[in-house]
Design a protein. Structure first.
Length: 220
């Protein structure tokens, strides 16, 4: 690789951005950062501290004080907070239902953005980072910036598949649609900003989506 690559991929829940981003990182030999996992990890921190999700001051304090570590190896993903491995827990409904308490607070986002930039800067060959505001806030100067979207029905079906089908309709809608509505109060991840490529993968297979991203990277 002639240059250090930074690939930023944003999108709503269930758009396939995590699976796509991890696969692209694997194929290009890059690091991978799941920024959503960081928001979920600090959610575990405030829950463990007994902070109510409506307590903005408590949530902010828990976020700023959290000792957060996350893997950037696409083949070995893990995350820990305050010394506890929360890799599995962050995918639970317990966490998913209140993670917006962190992601909708500007102070929490600013703290996590600073951490994300430090992690990305430390990646030796480059990194694929995905989330809500990577293309516009975290890494607006990335080599390639993509907004990955899909129709709501498709996104819900994909999220159900990710969860093994064992999730009731209300919880699924909460994880996908309600969280998107909450997070959109601070971040626009449904419309591509200037210079950001919009890729609608509603009718694409996962492999087609991955290959399209790789082609866009090669063209850049």
């Amino acid at each position: 690789m002639a240059e250090r690559l930074v690939i930023a991929i944003d999108g709503p829940s269930g758009s396939g951005k995590s699976t796509t981003s991890r696969a692209v990182a694997q194929r290009l030999g890059l690091s991978y950062l799941d920024t959503g996992a960081m928001y979920r990890a600090v959610t575990c921190a405030f829950l463990d501290a007994g902070v109510d999700p409506s307590d903005a001051e408590g949530v902010t304090r828990a976020t700023l004080e959290a000792e957060l570590a996350i893997s950037t190896d696409p083949d070995d993903q893990w995350v820990s907070v305050n010394g506890a491995d929360v890799t599995e827990r962050i995918r639970s409904q317990e966490v998913a239902s209140v993670v917006s308490a962190v992601s909708t607070l500007a102070a929490c986002r600013a703290n996590l953005v600073a951490r994300q930039r430090a992690i990305m800067d430390a990646a030796p060959r480059g990194i694929v980072a995905e989330g809500r505001d990577i293309t516009t806030v975290v890494a607006p100067d990335a080599t390639v910036r993509l907004l990955l979207t899909a129709d709501p029905e498709v996104r819900m079906a994909r999220r159900r598949l990710d969860l093994g089908g064992a999730v009731e309709a209300g919880a699924l809608a909460d994880q996908v649609l309600r969280r998107d509505a909450d997070d959109s109060r601070l971040v626009n991840f449904t419309t591509a900003a200037d210079g950001v490529i919009h890729l609608d993968c509603t009718y694409l297979t996962l492999e087609e989506t991955i290959q399209t991203v790789l082609d866009l990277v090669a063209a850049a």
